[in-house]
Design a protein around this ligand. Sequence first.
Ligand SMILES: NC(=O)c1ccc[n+]([C@@H]2O[C@H](COP(=O)([O-])OP(=O)(O)OC[C@H]3O[C@@H](n4cnc5c(N)ncnc54)[C@H](OP(=O)(O)O)[C@@H]3O)[C@@H](O)[C@H]2O)c1
Length: 185
Amino acid sequence: MKSKKYALVIGGTGMLAQVCHTLVDDYYYVSVIGRSTIRHQRLNYSSPDSDKIHAIEVDYHDDGHLRYELHKAFQSFGIPDLVVSWIHGSAPHALNSLIDEITGIHQTKTWKLFHVQGSSRYFIKENTPVPENCQYRRVFLGFILNSTNSRWLTHNEIATGVIHAIRTDQIETVVGTLEPWDKRP
Ligand SMILES: NC(=O)c1ccc[n+]([C@@H]2O[C@H](COP(=O)([O-])OP(=O)(O)OC[C@H]3O[C@@H](n4cnc5c(N)ncnc54)[C@H](OP(=O)(O)O)[C@@H]3O)[C@@H](O)[C@H]2O)c1
């Protein structure tokens, strides 16, 4: 592996595709989790450096398969320096499985977790337990408020906001706004 840094992007074939490309530009080797072969292929075709992108085709609801694929990737590439996680609420165990698999291999090397969450999670402020060697960062996806209306974020706004959070290493980022909440789309 030529890249010196390793990243894992969960849900990287969708609205976070530009995040994967930017990480490749920033000299990361990037593993990407998603179920669809076609979406993985699209991500690869749209990259000028597709040999730096490694597809992990898995449904994160299938915990055994998820752990198997993560373990295999970490054995090959080491534990990630950076994880960007966009996991739907229907798979609440998936992030813990990821953390377990990393911790099973390394308990001391520092890694960063950018936990991307939807707007409604902002008001819950849930506690996400992470090990000591994990630097936890949270990115909330908000909405855009104009003088007359509001709308949800575009893919470009989401990806740009997540990239900004990574580059500036913010502990908590809100992309767009979340207040006033009653003005959401
Ligand atoms: N605040 C906001 O404005 C806001 C917040 C959230 C979302 N959105 C919008 O809502 C749209 C839909 O959201 P979305 O989450 O579907 O976005 P998405 O990022 O386009 O798709 C989800 C990503 O996660 C992967 N994924 C989904 N389920 C998976 C599973 N069970 N196992 C493994 N990977 C899985 C998808 O690949 P596979 O389908 O191939 O598995 C894809 O890479 C987005 O396009 C975005 O524009 C807006």
